[in-house]
Design a protein around this ligand. Structure first.
Ligand code: PLP
Length: 389
């Protein structure tokens, strides 16, 4: 009998999760009802943030983050080239420019040294960015203390794209507490650590940013008389103060998220255990295994290995194809964003961010998710061993 396909990532939905969603379906509120603020409060408390604003995706969250920080035409946002396109696209939605800071070849995260040099040059040419988006790639937190120091020195606002990193910690504190940023964004897409089907969240310590995000999430409308221009006509009255969107999360999604949040520690612990197991089982092969910062604990969204071209007798492409043919859903994260046709049309070209490009040429993501059984993991490792021996 053929083995069932093993994906690179997969949600873990329990009976309790299903019950929680069904309870909302039987209730009076399907969207933005009483469950949404409970989910927001749950994540805020878990992460040590004063405010949390749930939205319908991390992409929407990144867009609102840019708007709330005043990013617009004439401004620039910098991010890592080793990320999903959404980390850069959010600036384009606001009519702003995008540029990239190359990665550190060890952590695969935005490199603080490259950032320092690029900021120095930009200061001289009057082209400093307004917003910087470090991405906690694979769940491994960026060097946030240094990044925040540099950002503060040059007056740059910081948005952490923590789509991979709910449940991770940095300097013994949870990612999401915004100690080193203005805002942190989480994704609840099914392959991420915690899911709501589709969904995202913004965390901040700032009451002003929170107020702005809540308004932008729902058409730019407020029902709070204190925020209105003039007096309300009556209880039905609302005002649209600016141009916002419908980026609301439903209560169905919030119920799933709230129920999943109870298993966050379990999810991350299981991922950590499997990552440790990969590390032991892959020892001695011509692969570069994930590096871990001493001051951080990864949420282990992805387990990425790099094929050492000096020692391996086949290419990444061949290894990828062999594993896929054997029913293992290996993947590649990420094609450097600046090499996408859309970004090439904006003037970017291969060669501009050599570390991200060199990393991409060798990278392979192995399956990692809480429901991955050890026997399945053994099978993946066996196939990798066979291909590389
Ligand atoms: C998944 C992801 C996003 C987008 O998340 P959605 O919730 O699917 O919009 C943004 N940034 C990174 C790094 C991601 O991995």
């Amino acid at each position: 009998m053929p083995h069932p396909f093993i994906p690179y990532g997969r949600q873990s939905v329990s009976e309790a999760d299903i019950e929680a969603v069904c309870a909302v379906l039987r209730s009076d509120w399907l969207t933005q009802g009483p469950t949404l603020p409970r989910f927001e409060a749950g994540v805020a408390a878990r992460c040590g943030a004063a405010h949390a604003v749930a939205v319908n995706s991390a992409t929407s969250a990144l867009h609102l983050a840019c708007l709330a920080l005043g990013l617009g035409p004439g401004d620039t946002l910098w991010t890592s080239p080793n990320t999903f396109v959404a980390s850069a696209n959010c600036a384009r939605y606001c009519g702003a420019l995008v540029d990239f800071v190359d990665i550190d070849p060890k952590s695969y995260n935005l490199c603080p040294v490259a950032l320092e040099r690029k900021l120095e040059r930009a200061a001289q040419t009057g082209s400093l960015p307004k917003v910087l988006v470090p991405v906690h790639f694979s769940g491994q937190p960026c060097a946030m203390e240094r990044i925040a120091e540099l950002a503060a020195a040059y007056g740059v606002r910081v948005v952490e794209d923590a789509s991979h990193a709910i449940g991770a910690s940095y300097q013994e504190e949870p990612v999401g507490n915004c100690r080193y940023s203005d805002l942190t964004v989480f994704s609840f897409h099914p392959v991420k650590i915690v899911t709501t089907g589709e969904g995202g969240m913004l965390l901040t310590q700032s009451p002003e940013l929170n107020e702005r995000l809540v308004r932008l999430r729902s058409h730019g409308i407020t029902r709070d008389p204190a925020l209105m221009e003039g007096e309300p006509d009556g209880d039905w009255y609302y005002q649209q103060l600016e141009l916002g969107f419908n980026y609301r999360m439903t209560d169905l999604q919030a119920a799933l998220g709230l129920s999943q949040l109870e298993r966050l520690e379990e999810f991350v612990e299981r991922r950590r255990l499997l990552a440790e197991r990969y590390r032991e089982l892959l020892e001695g092969l011509p692969l570069v295994l994930p590096w871990q910062a001493s001051e951080a604990r990864s949420a282990w969204h992805l387990f990425v290995v790099r094929l050492d071209p000096e020692r391996a007798r086949l290419t990444r492409r061949q290894l990828f194809d062999q594993l896929r043919q054997a029913g293992v859903g290996v993947n590649v994260h990420y094609q450097p964003v600046h090499t996408q046709p859309y970004y090439r049309r904006l003037g970017f070209a291969p060669g501009m961010f050599p570390q991200a490009e060199a990393y991409y040429a060798q990278a392979l993501t192995l399956p990692l998710y809480p429901g991955l059984e050890e026997a399945q993991q053994d099978r993946v490792v066996g196939l990798v061993r066979e291909a590389l021996s």
